[in-house]
Design a protein around this ligand. Structure first.
Ligand SMILES: C[S@@+](CC[C@H](N)C(=O)[O-])C[C@H]1O[C@@H](n2cnc3c(N)ncnc32)[C@H](O)[C@@H]1O
Length: 173
């Protein structure tokens, strides 16, 4: 019995490593937004009921679950199979699960034109491609929130600053 659990553990670990490596190439490895900063994100985003929010690379789902609690329709796009399965499982226990969608997808292949709010915590190395995607797809007035790194060439409408914590940038298309 013990050896079955060891195998399950090793396989899960292997899946995590392989899919995390793949995600790193596609946009960023998994590293969560600090829980304290999820609160700062919510203050900055001022999410309204029924707004459509995307987290591009939703990781363990903390941003989408917190946003769903504010009444938003949320969709987490996730390219890592491990994180997708984990977040889909966590979704089962969310009170607002009807308003939560978790998609196993590469964000580069997902059109997000219906977004009211877009959040991401991704590597700045992909920002120029991401900026192009956002400029092409987003409607006027969409809130774009970038964690840690600003978007070069865009003027933030607000920056959330806290000592010892990364900045969070709010933009409006
Ligand atoms: C730094 S983590 C941030 C997770 C989550 N957004 C948060 O703030 O806690 C980046 C996430 O993006 C995912 N990711 C990276 N490239 C992606 C892509 N091209 N499409 C979808 N997800 C991607 C990774 O698997 C990882 O879970």
């Amino acid at each position: 019995m013990e050896s079955i659990w060891s195998w399950i553990f090793y396989l899960a670990f292997l899946l995590f490593i392989i899919t995390a490596t793949y995600a790193s190439i596609k946009g960023a490895p998994w590293f969560p937004t600090n829980k304290k900063n999820v609160k700062r994100f919510l203050e900055l985003a001022e999410i309204k009921e029924e707004e459509k929010l995307y987290d591009l690379g939703c990781g363990d789902g903390r941003i989408i679950f917190a946003s769903a609690k504010k009444g938003a329709f949320v969709e987490g796009i996730e390219v890592s199979l491990f994180m997708y399965l984990l977040t889909s499982f966590k979704k089962l226990f969310q009170k607002e699960k009807k308003n939560i969608k978790v998609s196993y997808k590469d964000m580069w292949e997902k059109n997000i034109k219906d977004a009211d709010v877009v959040y991401f915590f991704l590597m700045p190395a992909i920002y120029s491609r991401l900026k192009e995607k956002l400029e092409k797809e987003l409607k006027e007035g969409t809130k774009v929130i970038a964690y840690v790194w600003p978007i070069k060439g865009w003027e933030p409408v607000k920056i959330s600053k806290k000592e010892g914590e990364p900045n969070i940038y709010l933009y409006k298309r």
